[in-house]
Design a binder for this molecule. Sequence first.
Ligand SMILES: Nc1ncnc2c1ncn2[C@@H]1O[C@H](COP(=O)(O)OP(=O)(O)O)[C@@H](O)[C@H]1O
Ligand SMILES: N[C@@H](CC(=O)OP(=O)(O)O)C(=O)O
Length: 445
Amino acid sequence: MIVMKFGGSSVADAACMRQVETLVRAALPEAPLVVLSAMGKTTNALFQAARTAESGDLPGALEVQRAIMTAHRRAAEELFAGAVPESLDTALTEHFGELELLLRGVALLRELSPRSMDAIASLGERLSTRIFAERLGAAWVDARTVLRTDGAFGEATPDPAAIRGLAVRHLAPQLGAGRAVVTQGYIGATEDGLTTTLGRGGSDYSAALFGAALGATEVQIWTDVEGVLTCDPRIVPEALPIPELSFAEAAELAAFGAKVLHPATIQPAVEARIPVTVRHTLKPQGRFTTISAEVRTGRPITALASRGPVTVLTVSSSRMLAQSGFLARLFEVFGRRGVSVDLVATAEVSVSLTVEADVPLKPLLQDLSAFATVEVSEDRAIIAAVGERLKSTPGLGARLLSALGGINVEMISMGANEINLSLVVRRDQADEALRRLHRVLTEAA
Ligand SMILES: Nc1ncnc2c1ncn2[C@@H]1O[C@H](COP(=O)(O)OP(=O)(O)O)[C@@H](O)[C@H]1O
Ligand SMILES: N[C@@H](CC(=O)OP(=O)(O)O)C(=O)O
């Protein structure tokens, strides 16, 4: 069997869904499990409705709910030429009613817990899959019966062993050559049946988890670009599709901001040795990327990605602590405060490191002040150059740095796996830095 995941842009309206239908029908011999995201920007709209309700503005929240309803009803009407089957009509009405109840509850209490937010957010995927499954005449499976997670609402952690068991029970019997099964990305449930989500963009992750649980021969991520490109095309329009990526390269790119893949996607696929392909829904015959364990070396720099804003902390030992003692105390503070560190560069008496911009700094700085002085630089961005051949290409670092010319590089770090060279620059210079580095990427053979 294969997994075919279609992102929000691929199911944005009736015309898009027709194209998805064509692709799925063509793949029926491969026994596809179709994993869908919410239509277009529905998840954003659901978040907006929930936050509006939380502020006490129920009419405002219900207005957003009506806009969501209209978009889904219109798509259904168009797909069924005005004759929406009664079963679908009933399902949609039930879902809209559930959304309204949830929003009324939030508005009444003026309280929006992550748990309520997940219940509300789950409606996007539940609606899109209802419409599509009906159109395809395929089985519809509620992902919450299979995708078991912990109770960390908003960013739940899946339980692969439980998912395997549940997939064998609820999904496998329905899968087979000649028919498709439709389910949702992004959503799951706890053992007690409470709805959870895997975090924004989490449908890719769902697809990989289902693929691993069912032993898929391929996980296909269908989106609006011809695969993973050498850089974010919104920043570097001349970015090129990458035919082949290693699992390690893909994981680095996703972690460092390449939005096309959810960072966690690769993990279940790596463990199960399942190739992941990234393809363009509107150009199925076009180019695409295959991500697999096998590395066929291409350019020295495979791709660039950037992530920001981040904050750089330069921590200097205020006492004559032995360096080993200093590092131990330093990381103990980050561990205790639950702050994860992305990049680290060490000198004899100081360490520079980056943390997410939204990390509360006050408690951290207070703890560090016991044995160190800290300089804080906010509004920075990490730029990552990723490639399996980085380490074996002499002079590449020098070429990258000289291409940056007047852009000040405040930190440099080579990842331990030696396939990621990361630089920190001011955030307002990050896009220009990417454009200049991309020239080096295309020139370097
Ligand atoms: N390196 C990259 N390669 C391809 N796309 C990228 C890259 N970096 C960022 N993107 C952006 O990711 C988008 C696809 O991801 P996303 O919007 O989440 O799609 P979907 O709705 O299909 O899940 C592309 O339209 C592109 O703008
Ligand atoms: N709908 C969810 C999950 C997701 O993965 O969406 P997309 O495939 O459109 O990035 C979100 O918007 O976060």
